[in-house]
Design a protein around this ligand. Sequence first.
Ligand code: NAD
Length: 249
Amino acid sequence: MKLQDKVAIVTGGSRGIGYAVAAAFVSEGAKVALCGSRAASAQKAAQKLCAQYPQAELLPLGVDVSSSSQVEAMAAAVMERWGRVDILVNNAGVTSTKQIFDMTDEDFDAVLRINLSGPFRCIRAVAGIMRRQGGGSIINTSSMVGTYGGKMQTAYSSSKFGVNGLTKSCAKELGPYGIRVNAVAPGVVGTDMVAQSVDDRMLAALQSLTPLGRMATPDELAGAYVYLASDDASFTTGTILHVDGGIVM
Ligand code: NAD
């Protein structure tokens, strides 16, 4: 059990990569605040996880990460339940596939507000708690397009470049308090996000650029988060860990 009795918050935990991470954390002994954008989806995901792991200690929460007050309430609810926060996974995210000619201010800002300002808000909400505890591990979900950029992905890739900057800057600022800050940068993963935003032709093209020749399952990402959350990564901070099948775009 690599995370025995650790307290973790996972945003965007109701499905996809976040759900797989929450499940892996539970299987490693962590207590998990499973956050979805709505309370009902978080509750449903927690019920599913409890069916798989009857011993799971879960706190399902509806948290819109674009709202500072909801993020602060999330941290307060976890403190009230368990009195500490050891791990924060900033995984909630949305995408937008649009040519720059058609992108409105609102389109661009909506993606940044969730994908970049969301992790900032969550880090701000828990960093003081982790500092008082003497340490913690923060893991942000970046993306391959945070390294390579992406056509029709201006807002999304900009947000993920920003996530990498947030990761490296917070690693510098919070390292002296024993708080490690890293990111996982997935390639193509079979989730609702890909099903809704990538057509068959684009998917085939992306897979042909991937040396492993296929997309990942969400479970194949989870081990990287367990590693970064655990003491195995006690000297790892400011790292962007690529889990992308070797894709070069
Ligand atoms: P998904 O659509 O299955 O899950 C997204 C999650 O984010 C959901 O739980 C959703 O409820 C939550 N969410 C959305 N808006 C929110 C908000 N305002 N507040 C709180 N939660 C919100 O997608 P996924 O593929 O599992 O994506 C998870 C993360 O992985 C995202 O950050 C995404 O950018 C990143 N990512 C995904 C892929 C991929 O190929 N699927 C690749 C690279 C990076």
